[in-house]
Ligand binder design. Structure first.
Ligand SMILES: [Zn+2]
Ligand SMILES: [Zn+2]
Length: 348
């Protein structure tokens, strides 16, 4: 049997074509993919030599669908069930998992079960992934598109919870991409008083306003450090999150935070690159610097619940729903800032 998929043959060389449909594992299932989100990390992977010559490859990890087939030894799920696949998989047995931080799971074998392969019509889900968890059922009255936001929301949800963004905080977010927009929305839900968004793209900044952003700073036209100081009575913000793939915004971030404040490096920067930091400023101003990646199972579950909540404005985030055939168009729309979140339909 054949299926349609978007195969990556090299940087910027993505072709939608027919390929072999995966076989149903004996102890697993085949999920018919009804929607799959296009993530910033997908775009980074699809436009660079992310597989070091090892092609073709199918990316896509924001996967939702319905069970199409179950293996003879699979007992947990049945055909027709609507599922969300969280791409993180944790062992729940190692020291990190037991301590409540499954995002730091030390079991490499289990981590490798994490899903990619979503830019296709079907995906096989093995018995091990089913046993280790991270698969959540989508209620009947929730759209697949809204449910697909569960994955990109998860890391943002975890980050803001870990650094306790909350009541009365002034928060600076650098990077008005979909992740920055999710951050603004969740920061407001958590009670942040003022959210300041910084970007170099005026259109993105305009769109960010609908997610509770109080102040926007166009750093292509204004010095963002001066601007943040001005908006905070010269003090700096309580918390600053660098949510871009750029080293320069990490460098800037420690100049925008108040004494004793928290800076988070959320966005991944190019592999092997180094960021220059004024470490005396970090030292004398008692600045906390924290990295962020991923989320625990507990946080992923609660973030999924938020994504499928009736009050969560998923429609505002999903600006484009495109057939999988138009994945290249989706990449262009996201890169230019015209789209916030693109969701692809493999069966359109
Ligand atoms: Zn993602
Ligand atoms: Zn573990």
């Amino acid at each position: 049997m054949q299926m349609k998929a978007a195969l990556m043959y090299g940087p910027n060389d993505i072709r939608v074509e027919m390929t072999d449909k995966p076989e149903c594992p004996k102890d697993g299932l085949i999920l018919k993919i009804m929607a799959v989100g296009l993530c910033g990390s997908d775009i980074r992977n699809l436009t660079t030599d992310s597989r070091k010559g090892n092609y073709p490859f199918i990316y896509g990890h924001e996967i939702v669908g319905c069970v199409d087939e179950v293996g003879p030894e699979e007992t947990k799920y049945r055909v027709g069930q609507r599922l969300f696949l969280f791409p993180g998989t944790y062992c729940m047995e190692c020291d990190s998992c037991i301590s409540g931080h499954s995002e730091n799971c030390e079991n490499e074998h289990v981590a490798k079960l994490a899903g990619t392969g979503g830019f296709a019509q079907y995906i096989a889900v093995g018995g091990e992934k089913i046993r280790y968890g991270g698969i959540y059922e989508i209620p009947d009255d929730v759209t697949y598109e809204a449910a697909s936001l569960g994955e990109p929301l998860t890391s943002v949800f975890a980050c803001l919870e870990n650094v306790k963004v909350g009541y009365a905080d002034t928060l600076v977010i650098i990077g008005a991409g979909p992740i920055g927009d999710f951050m603004a929305q969740i920061a407001k839900i958590r009670g942040a008083q003022k959210v300041i968004m910084i970007d170099i793209n005026a259109h993105r900044l305009e769109m960010a306003k609908q997610f509770g952003v109080d102040e926007i700073i166009d750093s292509s036209a204004t010095d963002p450090i001066e601007a943040v100081k001005k908006l905070t009575g010269g003090k700096g913000a309580d918390k600053v999150i660098s949510a871009t793939p750029v080293n320069a915004t990490q460098t800037q971030s420690i100049h925008m935070v108040r004494k004793g404040g928290i800076v988070v490096f959320f966005g991944g920067v190019p592999k092997g690159s180094m960021t220059e930091l004024d470490c005396n400023l970090v030292h004398y101003n008692n600045i906390w610097i924290k990295g962020h990646f991923g989320a625990s199972y507990d946080q992923s579950k609660r973030a999924f619940r938020l994504a499928i909540d009736k009050d969560f404005p998923s429609d505002k985030f999903i600006t484009h729903i495109l057939p999988l055939d138009e994945i290249n168009k989706g990449i262009g729309l996201t890169r230019s800032g015209e789209a916030i979140k693109v969701v692809l339909h493999p069966f359109d």
